[in-house]
Design a protein around this ligand. Structure first.
Ligand code: ZN
Length: 686
């Protein structure tokens, strides 16, 4: 492993800034720590609230991530308080947390890491603790001690696995006090501890330790067949995609039985090689690479029992069987190891390995599903490396359970903000690059939905999606090209959504165009163009949505953006009004067909939404003004004055009605029309 230390960047940094710098270097290396794993510290002298100089440990706070850590993420703990604990034999977890809280330098900051004592008990100025893949590769096999001695001789101290907390911290401190020469401690099945008189020394010590492990692994793996070679043929990429798309919604439906999940698909070569191998069924059931993965990944993935992945029906059946076996085994594991206060919230897997196909991972949102996927990539690496030295081994079921249900680890999850109304839901909005579609996409995202922004203007769709992810977080939107008049284009866009998020909960069918001309002068092509977008487009999109929603079995909401013209048509607007009337009728039939599946279908009728709208092109404005016998620049004012409330209708007003119909607020409403037009008497629904 290459040192990333840069003297020019590090030179003038104050001690805490230097710790931030080194921590980010560690965090940038995902084979050292992933997603919140690992921690770092320094010991300094600071002024306390009474103006006294006191020795302080600055240590990573719980819930922060090394790769993006900041000064404020390092709470200070009074070192005298910590060192006083060296006289103790043992200490309970909660007692330890309460004790640490009393020794904090600042109020209102983050809770110090649950591995704080590990840092505080060591005399060195700087301490770094990682969950390095290379190290657990050496320790997660049945020849662990022999392997470590072979690689490091007497240069490291190895300690048997014990859950983080008081006792392992004490064991580390005692071991170093007894043997002061070694430069590092290896915690078996967990990670590394290195230290130094400077931050740089501790950092370089980590890199050196890992480099030696990496060299030994490369040497040991040379010429070896990984995972016993292939067992199930890996499908070609287009076929994989096809099967994954076909099974994803059903899988998401099953994984959402207790709480809705976002499910994402991964078929990168490392994954397909592993899941399709001879040894994967056994190796994957040994346990996690390092304990802190378990709160995201659970102890074990679900391996689908399958000899061939080429038939979507057979794959779906195999997934159903394997999931129910997983649920049964997981419930048993929970019952066997449960302690007082432990609560089984979800007995379903976070990782589903499908031989010949790839891996599905599940989480509360796309980001979390991605974290689970990242972690399993590292697990596959570690399994491959560790198996080169001996039989892959992990924590015992007991130890894994104690971490998975450890209140102090679960505390990290409570740091996430409370879930919003549309959290864990997936919405697809057509015509999302501008106007009503964009406002709807933003509104649903603001309430927590994952949004697929589809538009014939691909750059515009991506831009809306980028705005959403900038505001709501990574993974929360996907911008893609969809031409609603093309069966293939609609299908491809829904496929992308299924692979990214696992399925669908809400469809907002919005894309539309306008054309104005008296019937006597209308070209057939203009009539057909209007029907292609304003009528057939809604059919194609709704058909794909219905297929996914039915397969998923979680109900769903279809919202159609129609127009006031459906109820009160305007002259010279036949192509538009007639096609939109067909859309509205389609929406009502879908209410009938969707009801048995708890799929609701409703309509919003806006009128004259000009702002940010592509429907109201200059040409259409001119034509509509002519039809009303007014000048084009009077058009907006004309429509405003025409409605009872005398108001301008904005895209955001329409988005409010869509939110109502898309969410459970309207759980008992289907086949309904809501107007957003300021009140147009001729268009009152009846
Ligand atoms: Zn750790």
């Amino acid at each position: 492993m290459r040192s990333r230390w840069n003297d020019a960047e590090a030179r003038d940094l104050a001690p805490l800034d230097l710790l931030v710098y080194a921590s980010r270097l560690i965090g940038a290396e995902t084979s050292l720590v992933v997603w919140g794993g690992g921690n770092t510290s320094i010991k300094t002298v600071e002024r306390d609230h009474r103006g006294r100089d006191v020795a302080v440990l600055r240590v990573k706070g719980s819930g922060s991530d090394l790769k993006s850590i900041q000064r404020k993420d390092f709470p200070g703990v009074c070192l005298d308080d910590l060192r006083a604990l060296l006289d103790r034999e043992d200490m309970g977890d909660q007692e330890m947390v309460d004790y640490l809280a009393r020794g904090l330098m600042d109020t209102g900051g983050p809770r110090p890491s649950i591995e704080t004592l590990l840092h505080g008990f060591l005399p060195a100025f700087a301490v770094i603790h990682t969950h390095a893949d290379a190290i657990v590769s050496l320790t997660n096999n049945d020849r662990c001690r022999e392997v470590l001695t072979g690689v490091y001789g007497k240069d490291v101290i190895a300690l048997a696995y014990r859950r983080p907390g008081f006792r392992i911290s004490k064991e580390v401190a005692d071991a170093i006090a007894e043997h002061p020469e070694p430069r590092a401690v290896v915690l078996e099945r967990h990670g590394t501890i290195t230290w130094g008189a400077t931050v740089r020394e501790a950092y370089e010590g980590t890199i050196e330790l890992i480099t030696r492990a990496e060299e030994a692994i490369a040497e040991q793996k040379r010429g070896r067949k990984l995972f016993g070679g292939p067992r199930v043929p890996v499908l070609a990429p287009p076929r994989r995609r096809e099967i994954a798309v076909a099974v994803a919604p059903r899988l998401r439906g099953l994984l959402s039985r207790h709480r809705r999940a976002i499910v994402t698909f991964d078929d990168t070569p490392a994954v397909t090689e592993f899941v399709s191998s001879v040894d994967a069924p056994a190796l994957s059931q040994a346990g996690p690479a390092t304990p802190d993965h378990t709160i995201y990944t659970k102890r074990l993935p679900c391996v689908v029992r399958l000899d061939e992945a080429g038939d979507a029906g057979a794959v779906t059946e195999a997934i159903e069987r394997s999931l129910s076996e997983f649920e049964r085994d997981y419930t048993r594991y929970f019952e066997e190891h449960r302690f007082e206060g432990a609560r089984l919230t979800d007995p379903l897997p976070r990782i589903v390995l499908v031989p010949g196909l790839g891996m599905f991972t599940a989480g509360r949102d796309r980001r979390t599903a991605g974290i689970v996927s990242d972690m399993y990539h590292h697990t596959i690496d570690v399994i491959g490396n560790a198996s080169a030295f001996g039989r892959y081994a992990s924590l015992t079921a007991r130890d894994a359970f104690d971490v998975e249900y450890w209140p102090l680890e679960l505390y990290k999850l409570t740091l996430a903000p409370p879930e919003k109304e549309l959290a864990r839901r997936i919405a697809l909005v057509t015509g999302g690059a501008s106007g009503i579609g964009r406002a709807v996409a933003r509104r649903l995202a603001a309430e927590g939905a994952h949004v697929v922004v589809a538009d014939v203007d691909e750059a515009g769709a991506r831009k809306t999606a980028e705005e959403i992810t900038a505001a709501a977080g990574s993974g929360r939107a996907l911008g893609l090209m969809m031409d609603v008049t093309s069966e293939a284009s609609v299908h491809t866009a829904f496929e992308a959504a299924a692979l990214e998020y696992g399925g669908l909960d809400v469809l907002v069918s919005n894309a539309g165009i306008a054309h104005s001309a008296p019937v006597a002068d209308m070209a057939l092509a203009d009539w057909e163009r209007s029907f292609a977008v304003n009528s057939t487009g809604h059919f194609l999109v709704a058909r794909e949505a219905m297929k996914i929603l039915i397969r998923q079995g979680l109900g769903g909401a279809l919202v159609f953006i129609a127009t006031k013209n459906v109820m009160a048509p305007g002259k010279d607007f036949a192509a538009y009004s007639a096609a939109k009337a067909a859309e509205a009728q389609l929406a009502k039939v879908l209410a009938l067909e969707g009801a048995p599946y708890r799929i609701r279908s409703n309509i919003v009728h806006p009128d004259a939404v000009f702002q940010d709208s592509r429907l109201w092109s200059d040409e259409v404005r001119r034509q509509r003004a002519a039809a009303q016998g007014i000048a084009a620049d009077q058009l907006e004012d004309f429509y405003r004055r025409r409605n009872l409330l005398g108001v301008r209708i904005l895209p955001e007003d329409v988005a409010e009605a869509v939110l109502f119909l898309a969410s459970d607020r309207s759980a008992k409403t289907t086949g309904c029309s809501i107007t957003v037009d300021g009140g147009v008497r001729e268009a009152f629904p009846r």
